[in-house]
Design a protein. Sequence first.
Lengths: 487, 97
Amino acid sequence: MTAYEAAQSLQRREVSSQQLVKAVYERIEAVEPAVRGFITVLEQEKALAAASRADELLEKGQAPSPLTGIPMALKDNLCTSGIPTTCASRMLSDYRPPYDAFVAAKLQAAGTVLVGKTNMDEFAMGSSTENSAFHITLNPWDGERVPGGSSGGSAAVVAAGEAFFALGSDTGGSIRQPASLCGVVGLKPTYGNVSRYGLIAFASSLDQIGPLTRDVRDAALVLDIIAGHDARDSTSVPREKEHYADYLGKEVKGFKVALPVECFGEGLEKEIKDVVMQAVGKCAGLGVQMTEASVPSTKYALPAYYLVAPAEASSNLARYDGVQYGLSVRDEENLLSLYWSTRKQGFGAEVKRRIMLGTYALSSGYYDAYYLKALKMRTLIREEFVKLFKDHDFIVTPTSPTVAFKIGEQKDDPLTMYLNDIYTVTANLAGFPAISIPCGFVEGMPVGLQVIGRPFDEGRMLQFCYCLEDLLGIKGRLATIDIKEGK
Amino acid sequence: MKVNKKDVEHVAALARLTFSSEELELYTEQFNDILDYINRLNEVDLENVEPTSHVQPLKNVLREDCAITSSTDLREAVLREAPAAEHGYFKVPPVIE
């Protein structure tokens, strides 16, 4: 059942929000040992209290949003007042924020019901959720495989039916790649469309918050709630409020789609390519024009990303010094040892690696050779895409070069792990919106198709994906997910 | 351009991180692999390209220059998360000998 379908039942009063919450908690109890998608599951009484408030509003016909009463989950890097927000790091394992993130407050005001905070790679750095300081998360489709990352917990709990939808954050593909690997929809909005206030920062010029949902309609409904200007995020763009759900069901005839040859060549598994191309082939039936295109600069997107993101991270994570909040190791009474001991114990290996890489790229003597070069590359990439968007509405690529890989398979090889982001980082570097939707299966594992759109063109992007999803006819299979027993 | 163990140690000091000798060796090796990959950027002529640090055309987003009164409740809520606090301030080890 999608969030929309559940909401329809709620609005007809066939079911109450409290009943939905109880059903979700039963599901969590049954499958969570085989998924481990949550870091924190809220006490059921708390969720039921929120559900009862939603029920009252629904009863009076005063529901503040189309998703009032729907149980949902938030990635654990989104601040929730008084509720642990750990970033899956020992650094913040006891941290309880004194405030709500913009998106958390928006979802609360919309009457949705928070059931838990989801697992992730520590500080959102990773593509498998294996970098969580607490535990790994298992892919609901196959418990021996990773769910992707860094929003792996959010993708897994939505795929496993432990929440109707979840929010994640996407710096280089962290919403879209796990969505692809878990067979759900994952949307990264245009940079500046959703406020980052209360999102624990990784790379500020790339981070965006977005939904992971069971279908395209749900993604539109969630985006309707969380998008909008917020003065507390200086990069939030003031613009007129859009109604994304209104785009769904409109005709897509005449849309022009580009297929960059660079994203269908070397490095892409043949089976994945076949499934994606099959899906693409079906678009012809929609009256959509498909043409091959070339964006040579995409080849350099990943190297540029792995300079820009670590550089910004090294600066953002300088705040974890044991002074204001989080872990503080004070074994010797001097300031430098406070920094050193706290950061040594608080950060995991991948976080340290990225801080180091970023510090190196920004350090005196290397700034021009690395960081500045990456920023220039960013300009070239953006220009090439802007040019392509002059004659095309969307760009379609695979979301990930592989299906979900085995747990432990890439853990010790950082560079191989980084290659997971090869098709997704471009949208972050350029600030464009991008979405991953399930488009088929390889050996029983879900495959995702990525659609990249023009800045602030999420409406038409969702319109296109809604038609495509309908045409692909695999939406039904998502609801039949069954957790294998005993894993 | 290869980095050696000493370079990595220097970067660690800048980043306020400490590593064991084995960790330094592993990081040096991984660093060189990653930098090899990143050095592909040298294939591109970027001489006359302007850098992009931010994708939105927003510049100098300013708020009104006026004082906002904060509540003592808020201060207390913030300090509740502090590892050590005294008299309404964060407490740190001695900075001046």
